[in-house]
Design a protein. Structure first.
Length: 134
């Protein structure tokens, strides 16, 4: 079964592009959130995967949101950000980060990896362009 995907991104055009790419790749995007409040509201739809930016409309709250989504709701989280250094060595419970701008092929590989991880595949190979967290 393919998990549903949520996007946490405050830049409208980037969010819409990500949503379109996710759909074109055959995945179900349940919606876009642009801050903490809307992300926590969207998680009620029970996504399995979240693509999260670091800097959102309510500040640099992406890491806090990602940690909550992963640890409280069991969502597989990858950050898609132009500011990967803000994540330091990683965020507890989240899987990794990809630097923006992200190419369609890289996003496809990231989503395939996240689906494999969601389905408990032990042989899941992370994409080369994704920085894994410990």
């Amino acid at each position: 079964m393919t998990p549903q995907i949520m996007i946490v991104e405050d830049e409208f055009l980037i969010a819409m592009e990500l949503e379109q790419i996710v759909g074109n790749l055959g995945y179900d995007c349940i919606g876009v959130a642009d801050d903490t409040e809307s992300a926590l509201a969207l998680v009620r739809k029970k996504p399995g995967i979240a693509l999260v930016d670091v800097n959102l409309s309510d500040g640099p709250t992406g890491p806090i949101i990602g940690e909550r989504l992963a640890n409280e709701f069991g969502v597989k989280v990858v950050f898609i950000t132009a500011n990967p250094r803000q994540l330091g060595d990683g965020v507890e419970g989240t899987l990794g980060a990809v630097t923006k701008p992200v190419e369609i092929e890289v996003l496809k590989d990231v989503l395939n990896y996240l689906v494999d991880v969601s389905n408990d595949r032990d042989d899941a190979e992370p994409p080369q362009r994704m920085k894994l967290f410990d």
